[in-house]
Design a protein around this ligand. Sequence first.
Ligand code: ADP
Ligand code: MG
Length: 672
Amino acid sequence: MMDLMEPVESLKGVGEKTAEILRKFGIKTVKDFFYNLPRDYENYQAPTSINEMRPGKVVIKGRISGLSTRRAKRRNLSVTEGVISDATGAVKVVWFNQGYRIKQFGPEKEYYFTGNFELKNGRYSLISPSAAEVAQIDPRTGLAPVYVAHGGLKSNDFRRLMGNSREKFALVPDLLPSVKTGLRKESLFQVHFPSSVKDIEKAREYLAYEELFELILAAKLNRRENEKLKAFKIPFNLAKTKEFLAGLPFTLTGAQKRATWEIFQDMEKKEPMNRLLQGDVGSGKTMVAAMSAYGAVLGGYQVALLAPTAILATQHFEGLSRVLEPLGVRVALLTGATKKKAELKKQIVNNEIDLVIGTHALLTDDTEFSNLGLVVIDEQHRFGVEQRQKLMLKSPEHKAPHLLAMTATPIPRSLQLTVFGDLDVSVLSEMPKGRQPIKTRILQEIETRDRLYPRIVETVERGNQMYWICKAIDDDPRTETTSVKSRTMKLQKLFPRYKIEFLHGRMKPAEKDAVMERFARGETQILVSTTVVEVGVDVPNATLMAIENAENYGLAQLHQLRGRVGRGVEASECYLITSGDMQPSRRLRELEKSNDGFYLAEVDLKLRGPGEIYGALQHGALDLRIATFSDTQLIHRAQRDVKEFLKKPENMVKYKELMTGITKYQQLTTLN
Ligand code: ADP
Ligand code: MG
């Protein structure tokens, strides 16, 4: 057996310089190198004779001569040309900006070339073909792996280096128990030295399975570790909860009741709650948080609520004070703009405050609690793992506070099962009564005058309000996007009688609060804003939204933005304005069709992949090498096998490489 953890230098042909480049791209060990999987395969089987080539994609086999490079008339373009010949004829070959090609080829060696045979400058040539030395390709299969180039190391170099280590693959040990020993080494060998397309598929499936196994195992271990922690048991107070509910201006939805009930049950346990509250925009998560907070305070504990922006924290503070202060709960707001911070912090540590609502300012080391029993994180995916952990560590006596994480970006089931390891989830599947779906329409810029402006007048004259979302804060002559500021001026000219204000992230916190306040009170009719209003802002009287340059946003973000309207009983509308006369993208069309955040999240996952969407995944650290989250069958198989694996404690010792390898996943997939 071999040690996969040896540095890459230990491989034949990898010198100090090559190792340096590889390390820079995260390939540090022999294992990393073996797991640097091909991005694709070229099929060099059945090359065409040069005299039989037809325009289009071709594969030919021949020798190359007469190579030279010159500068093209256009600046920054180098052209490398040569002639490829075989027994039947010769053809001109051209590469653009690939100067290294000059040195790539040996004069007497034979190569495969694959590229487009097309008319260029009045002459048929082979354009920018990829090339592989015939001697390096298995003649029976003709398949050549294509690797992503890394800083001067081209696909060919990877092929050569891989070839140097060919016999080493036989020494790769198994990573995890599987139906057949040696499956791992066979699979790794197959992806780098394939014998057929079918075998590549089989090998990739095993490697995908391995990856899912690691991910699920990491998540399950996180869950186990969480269960070992001690928390405060917070008893449920039925009478007081009923009193609270009686004071609300509405009745809870069934989904809100169920979620609250699940949370109360969790908080009565001695291990910490670790629950995700998932609910589409407008489903009423805040009220669930309020009830949970009230429950914890009644039990004698402090609660911290973390929000991603100051606007949102302020709004939560106002909303929650309104319902909780009459019941004797002492509520405070702690953001960057808070005056007399030191004084407030003293009150918090002295247990004179029951519920602290805040932004990142809550996370500083000098914010200490007397008995923090519950942490609520709104829009949890906006926070990094370290930030969330910081808050969790503020609990006394080495106990962990209960955690309620809330998100409006639904996590599709496949991700829940893998990355988030069977996390406890409550779903607000039901909207409060009387909500009407938001009517969404895609609009070309030139149509706004006829189709949108009349709607603005109607909306405002009816006494409702509007959001207008812009991409940029300032004008930029290089782009055609209208900034928040100039859009405000334009609208003001069109609608001189209306009060129109703007909001963006670079304004001072106090200014932002004031603008938001005036809008919430209904003093402003139109709020022109960047996406700072995206999360959480709740003004039910706003019923119209226009999103300018809608094609510049992601699906989840548009859905979240749109969720700022449709929060009251009145019908709401959202206009997605596209510039130019491009066909609207799939994203926009899906949005026009559906109001269902869960459905849209699945679409988004398919269109963009998880790395773009979810919290810790944001950094791409969890982008899967090979598995996909839509492979439910494989996910279920891996899940079942992980369960078996965990039944035998000796496995944790026996499969050392596995256990060490998954710590990176563990750090990324923890909720708390
Ligand atoms: P989100 O889940 O997007 O955070 P909010 O908690 O901000 O949603 O709630 C959206 C709006 O719905 C708020 O104005 C809130 O007061 C109201 N609301 C919450 N629960 C109910 C309910 N059961 N019935 C009616 N309105 C509700
Ligand atoms: Mg919210």
